[in-house]
Design a protein around this ligand. Structure first.
Ligand code: PBG
Length: 309
């Protein structure tokens, strides 16, 4: 009766790893209960998500190693895995949203989000790739383009290109405040980009966990360039940032409960150290911090739980 916040299936976006080949599903070793799905298995899973009231799924491709290259050209191939997966999902379930990441890391042999020149990610040249990647994904039917690369100026460039190509209704959710975090480890395992990255890190383009004023500047820039929604990532250690962004800008604000947060919780649940109820508790905490929606690998399980009541 006195609850100030409520968690519903409509708050959830479900990130899913998609794989090529005949195997329906392959487990991700560092993420309990998370599988990489083939396209037919993905289509079935999205059907269940839709039936449970989840409004949107986020697709991440496991690119076969022979399709990776230093410049990540496969990202701009209209027949790549993510485009085929998006077309299959939209054909079977036109009423659920499909969000596609924009960044080159699933496609580069070095695992960075952009093209490397003299050991650094080259911002402007990368933006040209990201624009082309956005267009092929929009052509495949994706509803929301989510640039996760953290290059400067990419939101404006993508918005202009989408509009010019007739995709003015495709929305942009920018990973505006994305921190250089240790919590992305299991995601990089799932995609096979961890070994490619080796000892290098993403600190020249992702944010310093020490900063929050900088997050507000990043969000302001992305909004000025045309972002429809913004995201803070990771979730649990950065909920103060969610609160500040929501209070300052009042725009649709999303938070990503990333792979490492998921694995941390499930690692403890598997050992019997924590009870499963901690999962919805963390998500409610994100709502309380001001998030309008949450990307979480627990989306399907939590939606099932909420349905049972
Ligand atoms: C790619 C990308 C990453 C995540 C989402 N998009 C990894 C990274 O930046 O290294 C992380 C998601 C997660 O850990 O669940 N740019």
């Amino acid at each position: 009766m006195v609850a100030e916040n409520v968690l519903t299936a409509a708050d959830l976006i479900w990130p899913i790893f998609v794989q090529e080949g005949p195997a329906a599903r392959t487990p991700v070793a560092s993420m309990p209960h998370v599988d990489r799905l083939s396209i037919p298995a993905l289509v079935d899973a999205v059907g269940e998500a839709k039936a449970l009231g989840i409004p949107c799924v986020a697709l991440f491709p496991v690119t076969p190693i022979e399709r990776k290259s230093p410049d990540g050209d496969e990202a701009t191939n209209p027949e790549n895995l993510i485009c085929r997966a998006t077309r299959a999902v939209k054909e079977a379930h036109p009423d659920i949203g499909v969000l596609c990441d924009v960044a080159l890391d699933p496609y580069t042999t070095h695992g960075h989000d952009g093209v490397l020149r003299e050991g650094y990610v080259a911002n402007d040249e990368t933006v040209e790739f990201l624009v082309r990647q956005s267009i092929v994904q929009a052509e495949a039917g994706c509803d929301v383009i989510a640039p996760s690369d953290m290059m400067d100026g990419r939101v404006g460039a993508i918005r202009d290109a989408l509009d010019e190509a007739g995709f003015e209704r495709v929305k942009i959710m920018s990973y505006a405040a994305k921190y250089a975090s240790g919590f992305y480890g299991p995601f990089r395992d799932a995609l096979g980009s961890k070994s490619s990255l080796g000892k290098t890190d993403k600190r020249s383009y992702q944010m310093d966990p020490a900063n929050t004023d900088e997050a507000l500047r990043e969000v302001a820039l992305d909004l000025a360039e045309g972002a429809d929604m913004v995201m803070v990532k990771p979730g649990m250690p950065f909920l103060d940032v969610v609160r500040r962004v929501k209070e300052r800008f009042g725009v649709p604000t999303f938070v990503y409960q990333v792979s490492g947060e998921y694995s941390m919780l499930h690692g403890a649940i598997e050992r019997g150290w924590l009870d499963e109820s901690v999962i919805p508790e963390t998500l409610l905490g994100m709502k309380r911090a001001g998030a309008d929606g949450i990307l979480t690998y627990s989306a399907l399980a939590v939606a099932r739980l909420l349905r049972k009541g």
